[in-house]
Design a protein around this ligand. Structure first.
Ligand code: NAG
Length: 493
């Protein structure tokens, strides 16, 4: 073989070899350990990138024209599963809204089909909540109730801005309970919009953005004043969550969205008897199947206060974000399971024989699904089966914040001495399985007496711990006090 040819061949081999090394090196640099350049970035970078892309879509497809105008709203209408009524429109300028809002909605739904990095950590599960200021003590009490069930799920707590960040609570107290503070304004860095103003995200709007920017793939959302009676991990591991990826719970009220919303979002008519409005204190979401649902729900919330809250609730009780999650799913044709077992009122017996509502009991979705998948709809006929066990309590009025109104009028008996808050309805109490009110008071007392001087909103108050100890003693250490019954007996299944 001539010397020159051999020399040429080995040079070629060397060039190919070096190119290969260079390509491999570039590949490793670019793709990192996981083989995907975006997945290899720190989560905070991915979230910031996601917000930049997503924020411009929210602004580009903002509704235009004049916002919905309501003169007389829907008010409180109880859900009736047995008879349909005409879906009422209360929006005065509905005809004018339709076309521009539909165009914007169509445009947004189309725009989110583009690849957007969902910015979560695959195969993770956890719990997401939001609280700040006077809600922070309530959240810590609820978190302790969660840990009492044996749950070890990590918790992410979203705060509106750094003004709500309490260093001692976020740095010391919460990490010990496997919970972390996240500041939403630090992720949603507002760029100047085209209109020259920055869009503020606050109140009800925070929730959908907290869900969107939590790091978990599957999560349970819990309001700060909600707690589970049992370890909630089971809910993320079984149907209906595993088969649908979105589970919501019902409100007392009927779904009062405007028929014009259904036109705007191109959905068929929905009978008023189909399901209740949502009580969004607890929700289960999988981002793997419902990332787009969360994007559309964020659109409804971003444009909520002047536009979509009106369309979705028409000034019924709790107008706000509550129906944005389920409606976003139905607008996109995504799967969902809406628990049908009615929410139950908890409180003391009122003068008229009813319950003076202080809290709400939400049912076990696994047991509810077990019944409805066999055609047993207790919501239409309660005699078809025994009620599912209670799974969550949403304690709204009063909240369990010992520095707020917890020891106020509602927790006093007619003679003015301290008393229980939840003594009715007896059938709902039997679905607890144990004395959850006593446990909740106990956690509130512990929080009052260990963190009395630590919450910012408790700083100007005094005697919170002592007040709780006295209140506790009067209710739970009185040997003559009668406790309600919390089980249905030995054969509870
Ligand atoms: C809205 O949709 C319904 C049925 O889906 C249809 O009957 C009705 O005409 C639509 N309304 C308008 C104003 O387009």
């Amino acid at each position: 073989m001539p010397q020159g040819l051999r020399h040429g061949a080995s040079r070629r081999i060397l060039v190919i070899f070096l190119t290969g090394v260079l390509l491999l090196k570039t590949y490793w640099l670019w793709h990192g350990a996981w083989g995907d350049p975006i997945a290899a970035m720190p989560l905070i970078v991915r979230q910031a990138r996601m917000w930049q892309d997503f924020h411009s879509l929210l602004e580009q497809h903002a509704p235009t024209g004049s916002p919905p105008l309501i003169i007389l709203g829907a008010g409180a209408q109880r859900f009736n599963p047995l008879s349909d009524s005409v879906r009422q429109n209360y929006i005065y300028n509905a005809v004018d809204l339709l076309q521009p809002m539909q165009e914007a909605h169509d445009g947004f739904v189309k725009a989110i089909q583009a690849p957007i990095d969902p910015a979560y950590v695959p195969r993770t599960k956890g719990i997401v909540s939001a609280a700040g200021g006077t809600y922070l003590p309530t959240f810590v009490v609820s978190l302790r109730m969660l840990r009492r069930t044996g749950s070890t799920l990590p918790v992410e707590l979203f705060l509106k801005d750094w003004g709500e960040y309490e260093p001692y609570i976020c740095g010391i107290v919460l990490p010990a309970l496997n919970a972390q503070c996240r500041v939403i304004s630090a992720i949603l860095v507002n760029q100047e919009t085209e209109k020259g103003h920055a869009h503020k995200i606050e109140h009800y709007q925070i929730k959908s953005f907290a869900m969107l920017f939590s790091s978990f793939e599957s999560f349970l959302w819990m309001d700060a004043d909600c707690f589970p009676l049992h370890d909630p991990s089971i809910l993320l591991n079984y149907k209906p969550f595993t088969s649908t990826g979105l589970v919501t719970w019902p409100d007392f009220w009927t779904n009062t969205m405007s028929p014009i919303y259904l036109n705007i979002s191109r959905q068929p008519e929905l009978p008023t008897s189909a399901r209740q409005a949502t009580e969004a204190g607890v929700i289960l979401v999988s981002k793997r199947s419902h990332f787009h649902t969360l994007l559309l729900s964020a659109y409804y919330n971003f444009h909520g206060p002047s536009w979509y809250y009106m369309l979705l609730n028409q000034e019924s009780p709790g107008t706000g974000d509550k129906d944005t999650y389920l409606q976003a799913a139905t607008a996109l044709g995504a799967k969902f399971y809406a628990v049908s077992e009615p929410v139950a009122d908890l409180g003391n017996r009122a003068g008229d024989g009813g319950v003076q509502g202080a809290a709400m009991l939400q049912a076990d979705p696994i047991q509810d699904y077990d019944l409805t998948s066999r055609g047993k709809w207790r919501v239409r006929d309660p005699s078809v089966a025994k009620a599912p066990r209670g799974f969550f309590i949403h304690a709204t009025n009063p909240e369990f914040n010992p520095g707020k109104q917890l020891m106020g009028e509602k927790s006093k008996k007619t003679d003015g001495t301290p008393g229980r808050l939840w003594t009715a309805d007896e059938s709902a109490l039997r679905r607890f399985g144990y004395d959850a009110e006593k446990a909740y008071w106990e956690e509130a007392k512990t929080v009052a007496c260990t963190l009395e001087h630590n919450f910012v909103t408790w700083r100007d108050k005094s005697g919170i711990c002592q007040g709780m100890q006295e209140h506790w003693g009067a209710i739970f250490e009185d040997p003559d006090a009668e406790a309600p019954i919390f089980t249905t007996g030995l054969f509870w299944s």
